[in-house]
Design a protein around this ligand. Sequence first.
Ligand SMILES: NC(=O)c1ccc[n+]([C@@H]2O[C@H](COP(=O)([O-])OP(=O)(O)OC[C@H]3O[C@@H](n4cnc5c(N)ncnc54)[C@H](OP(=O)(O)O)[C@@H]3O)[C@@H](O)[C@H]2O)c1
Length: 282
Amino acid sequence: MKILLIGASSYLGARLYFDLKNNHQIIGTYFKTKLSDNFAQLDTTNEEDIKETISSVNPEVIIHAANYSNVRSCEKDLQMTKLVNEKATEIIVNHSKKINCQLIYISTYGVKDISEKYSNIYTLSKLKSETIIKNSLRNYLILQPRLIIGMSPNILNDRFSNRLLNNINEKKGGEYDTSWRFQPTYIGHISEVLELVISKKINQQTIPIMTKEIKSKFELAKDIFSSFGIEPIPIDQHNQLPLVADDLSTLKRLNLPIYSYQEIIEKLIKEYKNANYFQSGL
Ligand SMILES: NC(=O)c1ccc[n+]([C@@H]2O[C@H](COP(=O)([O-])OP(=O)(O)OC[C@H]3O[C@@H](n4cnc5c(N)ncnc54)[C@H](OP(=O)(O)O)[C@@H]3O)[C@@H](O)[C@H]2O)c1
């Protein structure tokens, strides 16, 4: 398959590029972080840039993983959030329609947290993008990970997983929250689901990807660090989010892989022990 991966320089995008590149002709884009000489520059706030990239690559599948994805930055810069998270999706949708390719949008399971009592600019912008896609396209898929953990060739971004890696390298456990409880997502699980949905030509689905078990950041850190002889420090950040859990019925219905928490912990420990493996070959 010829795939255009928008946001290959992100924490998630870099791992997707790494995992998919052997089986597909994949063209990755970056905006400011040129992780690889193979990546092409694309500013998703620039319509001409998007139009030119999509028409010249002419992909069969576009994976859209570029976003203003930090909750705090979104609260601070509403205009940029609108441009990068909503307007860009609209433009990508319009141009993917023209070449009749499939659009796979990386959303977040956080959209399920939105209620009368709770919302934030980031998740609202993701929900808006989901709505734009569902209302405009027939050839689409939406993936909804929760907090993503696992190695990526991008170890620069301020992501939970990269923080774990830094603690492992420095041999000292940092502080991890005990209050927010969620179903973690293993980064390699997203790549596997992508391989399968692309090859099975699955369409018009919204797919939550995560383990069944509900954990906190502290529990995750503790279970991973136990293999590296370090201990995380528990802190209570008083996260008030109500627990919204997924029953994994979409993964089951579509015959896609499901991993238990124990299985992902084993995979994660192996990945953190071989962290250098992900630093080559982008
Ligand atoms: N990380 C998680 O736990 C998590 C959980 C659920 C869903 N997601 C979703 O997964 C996707 C990737 O998240 P992430 O955490 O891996 O992201 P990230 O590391 O914060 O990276 C953000 C990406 O967006 C790109 N970007 C920002 N502004 C851009 C612009 N104007 N034009 C083009 N690209 C631009 C960045 O490019 P440069 O760096 O090159 O500037 C980078 O590739 C996002 O859609 C996010 O909502 C992530």
